[in-house]
Write a protein that binds this ligand. Structure first.
Ligand SMILES: Cc1cc2nc3c(=O)[nH]c(=O)nc-3n(C[C@H](O)[C@H](O)[C@H](O)COP(=O)(O)OP(=O)(O)OC[C@H]3O[C@@H](n4cnc5c(N)ncnc54)[C@H](O)[C@@H]3O)c2cc1C
Length: 453
């Protein structure tokens, strides 16, 4: 693994050494194919990234594997990695709510003048109020029904769906667009996208309540996978163009290097794919997905606390705010499952973008100031130990794909279709699973495509 000279040709060139690329390359190598992996970064793992320099090794990328993550859990176990059960490491109670700079407990929220929710949902926190409405939508039977053309009626804007269900503008702004988990605003997210999220989580919960992470950090999984095919992985190799000529394709790198490939497997998320030239060009629907599908914006700030200020002020350590801090969640990454090791401020959607408009040092100073204003007990006790904007990272250019209204019943399937002998995998092409498990699902599909070609 490293910067060895590239061979002239490989039977299969896999672009990207995230989970989907590594899984696909391992399967093809196991089946005797000559595989080469080109990774743009100087590390493997893609959007799996453990912050080893922060106490308790919190994750900047993928956090947990749910009970039904058969492929990912099996990969970790079969590589001899130890797993940690995480559901019991989560905070039990509600977070502290901070709206318009005013901090209050979840109980006080129900009667606060800052609470814009209609009477029937006023006692709920914003996220649960949104999920309660979504729970009324019947799920398609098939796990990939959310993107099936026969369910195109689901492919409407979340904003319209919520407005029809009686949500006011203020409720939509608070329940959907503040600390969103899908997209940045309800007008640009399809209800079908949310139905996918719901049906995926329902299937996972049916497998059990447990959640897992790799002991020592989730990066240990891609690292262990990479060790099994280390001599085939080339780091620091950014692909810029793929041309198909005759039976071989030419894969061109930003460095000017070239490799010929019998098959190419492209695992790039849609946004970084915009920087890769295809000859012949991608089919129309796939090109539309690359150019226009939105993705999640996430900027994380990781804090270490010198002493447990939450014991001093007696308030919940987790916070849900409508300010730059976004959603603050504690991490319990040590041997003791109850001990808080660090805190992560998740800036999502427009909050992530607002943070990215500031210089990192300025963003961190403002976040610390906001934290100390909301929690005077934290004054002088916090240190920023990690900071990561996924949008500012050119190899991700954002996080998971979010399908916009009108896209969900047309583009997800098109994004996974082979284009001649160029194949596409990655989390955004998975139709039944999401996240890490989706990445693994998609890798198996593409390995089979090539093995049966
Ligand atoms: C903050 C955050 C939280 C998350 N939480 C969870 C969670 O709790 N559970 C869960 O299951 N999932 C979670 N995910 C999602 C999960 O991390 C991803 O779905 C999964 O890792 C995607 O794998 P992939 O192989 O599809 O893509 P990636 O990991 O993005 O791999 C693509 C690879 O391609 C490389 N690349 C890009 N451009 C080029 C180029 N031009 N040339 C060569 N190489 C290139 C990249 O460097 C990368 O290594 C989270 C992600 C983030 C960021």
């Amino acid at each position: 693994m490293g910067r060895a000279r590239l061979p002239e040709r490989a039977e299969v060139v896999v672009i990207g050494a995230g989970l989907s690329g590594l899984r696909c390359a391992m399967l093809l190598a196991d089946n005797g194919l000559d595989v080469l992996v080109l990774e743009g970064r100087e590390r493997v793992g893609g959007r799996v990234l453990t912050l080893d320099q922060v106490t308790g090794n919190p994750e900047a990328g993928a956090n947990t594997m749910l009970a039904g993550y058969g492929r990912t859990l099996d990969a970790a176990r079969s590589l001899g990695l130890d797993l940690v059960e995480c559901s019991r490491r989560r905070s039990k109670g509600d977070p502290l709510i901070a709206i318009g700079g005013e901090a209050m407990t979840a109980q006080a929220w129900a009667t606060s003048p800052r609470n814009p929710l209609a009477a029937q949902r006023r006692a709920l926190l914003p996220g649960p109020a949104l999920r309660a409405e979504l729970a009324k939508v019947p799920l398609p039977e098939a796990p990939d029904g959310w993107c099936a053309p026969e369910h195109a009626a689901l492919d409407v804007a979340m904003r319209d769906f919520l407005a029809e269900r009686g949500f006011s503008e203020a409720e939509i702004a608070l329940c959907h667009d503040t600390n969103p988990s899908q997209g940045s605003n309800a007008a640009n997210v399809s209800l079908a996208n949310w139905v996918f999220v719901r049906s995926f989580f329902a299937a996972q919960r049916a497998s059990g309540p447990d959640e897992w992470a790799v002991k020592g950090g989730n990066s240990r999984l891609p690292e262990a996978m990479a060790r099994t095919i280390a001599d085939r992985i080339h780091l620091g190799r950014t692909v810029s163009a793929i041309s198909q000529r005759g039976r071989d394709s030419e894969v061109r790198l930003a460095s000017g290097e070239r490799v010929l490939a019998g098959h190419v497997v492209c695992t790039l998320p849609l946004a970084p794919l915009r920087r890769v030239a295809f000859d012949p060009p991608l089919p129309a629907a796939h090109a539309e997905a690359v150019a226009q599908a939105p993705n999640m914006k996430i900027t994380q700030t990781h804090f270490e606390a010198e002493s447990p200020f939450w014991e001093e002020d007696g308030l919940p350590p987790d916070m849900w705010t409508d300010g730059l801090l976004g959603n603050v969640q504690v991490n319990r990454g040590g041997e003791d499952p109850c001990a808080i090791t660090s805190l992560t401020a998740w800036g999502r959607g427009n909050t992530a973008l607002a943070l990215d408009r500031l210089a990192p040092a300025q963003a961190q100073a403002q976040l610390l100031a906001e934290f100390e204003r909301l929690r005077p007990a934290a004054r002088g006790k916090l240190r920023v130990a990690g900071f990561k904007s996924w949008q500012a990272d050119p190899f991700a250019a954002g996080d998971w794909t979010v399908w916009a209204p009108g896209q969900a019943h047309r583009l997800p399937r098109a994004s996974g279709l082979a284009h001649g002998r160029v194949h596409f995998c990655g989390e955004h092409t998975a139709l039944a699973d999401r996240g890490m498990e989706g990445a693994m699902e998609s890798a198996e599909r593409v390995a089979l495509e090539i093995l049966t070609a």
